[in-house]
Design a binder for this molecule. Structure first.
Ligand code: SF4
Length: 70
């Protein structure tokens, strides 16, 4: 799975960072930065929880392009 983010929607609440600091951080302006967009199978539960925690749906996961990209 891959993480996608719509920076324009992010309101800087930081919920995602609090739950999944391996994949999300905030930049100097307090907006989300995806540190690592690749989500391993054993990380998916945490990342999905972070996605659900975002009040403005600015982040989501999507299946990667192909088997080599999973
Ligand atoms: S939870 Fe959503 S609004 Fe908050 S920092 Fe993360 S992406 Fe931005």
């Amino acid at each position: 799975m891959r993480i996608h983010a719509d920076i324009g929607k992010c309101q800087g609440y930081g919920n995602c960072v609090a739950i999944d600091a391996k994949h999300f951080d905030l930049d100097d302006d307090g907006m989300v930065v995806v540190i690592d967009d690749a989500v391993a199978p054993d990380e998916l539960d945490t990342t999905e929880e972070a996605v659900r925690s975002c009040p403005v749906s600015a982040i989501w996961t999507q299946a990667a392009g192909g088997p080599a990209d999973e």
